[in-house]
Design a protein around this ligand. Structure first.
Ligand code: SF4
Length: 153
C-alpha cells in the first residue's frame, strides 16, 4: 500500500482552531510508522493556532473553488484566500507523496468530505465538501473521513 495523507489533527497535532486536536490513535500509529503523512491545510494557508472558527457561506468547498462562496471566520473576517492557499499546498503534498488515499477530518470547512457547517455558526450541519477536499477530489484523489476510515482498520 502506498502512503496516506491525513489531517494532522487526526494524528494528534494541536492544529485545530481551538489549539487542540482530534486524535484517532490508529491514524497516529500510521504516521508513527511512516505510512501516513500529516497535513493541516489551514495552518499551511497561513492561519494561526488558535484562530477563530470559520465556516463556508454560500455553498460548499466546490462553490468556494468556483468563486461562488466564501469562507468567513466567526469575527466576520473573510479568510477565503488562506483556505485556497492551504488547499493548494495540500494538493502539492498529495502529489509529492503520490497519496493513494486521503483521510480528512469530517465537518471541517477545509477537510470535511461528506458534511460541513452551514455558515451560520449555530452548529448546523449540511451536506458538502470542505475546500481542500473539493480541490483534492477535483484532481482525482480519493478522500474519505476518519469515520469511514474507522471501518477499514
Ligand atoms: Fe484538522 Fe483540517 Fe482543521 Fe487542520 S484544517 S485542524 S487538519 S480539520
Amino acid at each position: 500500500m502506498g502512503r496516506i495523507l491525513v489531517s494532522a489533527c487526526l494524528a494528534g497535532v494541536n492544529c485545530k482552531y481551538s489549539g487542540g486536536h482530534n486524535l484517532v490513535p490508529a491514524i497516529a500509529e500510521l504516521v508513527a510508522k511512516g505510512k501516513a503523512v500529516p497535513v493541516c491545510p489551514e495552518t499551511l494557508g497561513g492561519l494561526k493556532i488558535p484562530r477563530p472558527p470559520a465556516e463556508i457561506q454560500g455553498g460548499d468547498g466546490r462553490d468556494v473553488l468556483a468563486g461562488r462562496a466564501r469562507v468567513v471566520d466567526k469575527e466576520g473576517k473573510d479568510v477565503t484566500a488562506a483556505f485556497l492557499r492551504g488547499a493548494a499546498a495540500t494538493l502539492a503534498k498529495a502529489r509529492e507523496i503520490e497519496a493513494e488515499l486521503v483521510v480528512l477530518k469530517e465537518k471541517s470547512p477545509s477537510c470535511g468530505s461528506k458534511f460541513i457547517y452551514d455558515g451560520t455558526f449555530t452548529g448546523t450541519k449540511r451536506p458538502g465538501f470542505g475546500v481542500t477536499t473539493a480541490l483534492l477530489r477535483e484532481h482525482g484523489f480519493r478522500v474519505i473521513s476518519e469515520e469511514e476510515f474507522a471501518f477499514k482498520v
